[in-house]
Write a protein that binds this ligand. Structure first.
Ligand SMILES: Cc1cc2nc3c(=O)[nH]c(=O)nc-3n(C[C@H](O)[C@H](O)[C@H](O)COP(=O)(O)OP(=O)(O)OC[C@H]3O[C@@H](n4cnc5c(N)ncnc54)[C@H](O)[C@@H]3O)c2cc1C
Length: 273
């Protein structure tokens, strides 16, 4: 839709040229920004003009994903024997029901900054303990895990003039075995709950629940938990919510079932090693 209060859309070439304010904010792919009125805004600064490389292998074996990397580019990272978790990237990306346009335009940074409960890449970052590199207005930067940066629906720790520069994935979680489950009330419906999990080489188990919770909920165990331990941990998640895509009690119940499926899947893979 048109955003009639805008007086500028700038194309910066350097960080200094960002010059953000309360009413001049970053533009990623624009798929959410242009989907509803933004009458409080006077300008947008198109981060894609900065020309960041979509993703790069880090010298330590980790992966650095630029905030402007599109969902499509994220899913095209080639397979790598050290990055066993890569299938989870596509599974999480596809948990977002989207058009061709959103798939090819929406950015990873924009998806996380939008902080929807069903934020597809929030679940990915939560399960893999990915860390945001955030440019701060004083010219510095701060780092924060994705799961800690998303506080509630449409609420993050980002303050005005902060910009997500990249999402950092360390080599250990990238090498993990992963499992994924999603359910919706209808075949093409919005997610009722989304579960993304990993098991590291040392046995540590991490599960991130999104979609049915108002914020990413991460549960951890030093090794694969028992069925009862996992069910108790999932039931203890405090932020289930009710909307047109599912009732809170259904979301909790089905998440317990799906978490157990994940546990059994990873246990089977562990036994086969
Ligand atoms: C009606 C609707 C429903 C949707 N539902 C879902 C859903 O359930 N799950 C899901 O995952 N996606 C959903 N999406 C799509 C998706 O969340 C967003 O459209 C997309 O991921 C946002 O990415 P973008 O790059 O287009 O962000 P933009 O639209 O460009 O920006 C979105 C917000 O993020 C900020 N932003 C962008 N980049 C940065 C950055 N690098 N640093 C700081 N702030 C930044 C912008 O200032 C803006 O506030 C939905 C979209 C629409 C229109």
């Amino acid at each position: 839709m048109d955003l009639p209060t805008l007086t500028e859309v700038r194309l910066p070439t350097t960080r200094v040229e960002l010059a953000l304010s309360d009413t001049v904010i970053p533009l990623g792919g624009g798929t959410w920004l242009f989907s509803e009125p933004q009458d409080h805004l006077t300008g947008l600064v198109d981060l894609t003009a900065l020309g960041w490389t979509p993703w790069e292998r880090r010298p330590d074996g980790g992966l650095s994903v630029a905030a402007t990397c599109t969902i499509a580019q994220l899913t095209r990272i080639p397979a790598d024997p050290g990055w066993r978790a890569l299938p989870l990237f596509r599974q999480c990306a596809e948990s977002l029901l989207q058009s061709f346009k959103v798939w090819n335009t929406a950015t990873v940074g924009g998806n996380i900054a939008t902080a929807l409960a069903a934020g597809a890449l929030i679940g990915l970052g939560g399960a893999l303990d990915a860390e945001l590199v955030i440019w701060t207005p004083d010219g510095g930067e701060r780092r924060q895990r994705v799961a800690d940066a998303v506080l509630a629906q449409r609420t993050t720790t980002l303050v005005p003039c902060e910009v997500i520069r990249s999402i950092e994935f360390d080599s250990v979680p990238l090498a993990a075995r992963t499992a994924f489950r999603r359910i919706a009330l209808s075949p093409l419906g919005r997610a009722g709950t989304v579960l993304a999990a990993r098991q590291d080489a040392d046995g540590a188990f991490v599960l991130c629940v999104t979609g049915g919770t108002t914020r990413p909920e991460v549960v951890r165990f030093p090794s694969l938990p028992s069925a009862a331990e996992l069910a108790t941990a999932v039931a203890a998640i405090p932020s289930w919510f009710t909307d047109a895509h599912g009732a809170a009690d259904w979301r909790e119940a089905v998440s317990r079932l799906l978490a157990e499926e994940i546990r059994q899947e990873l246990a089977g893979a562990e036994a086969a090693r």
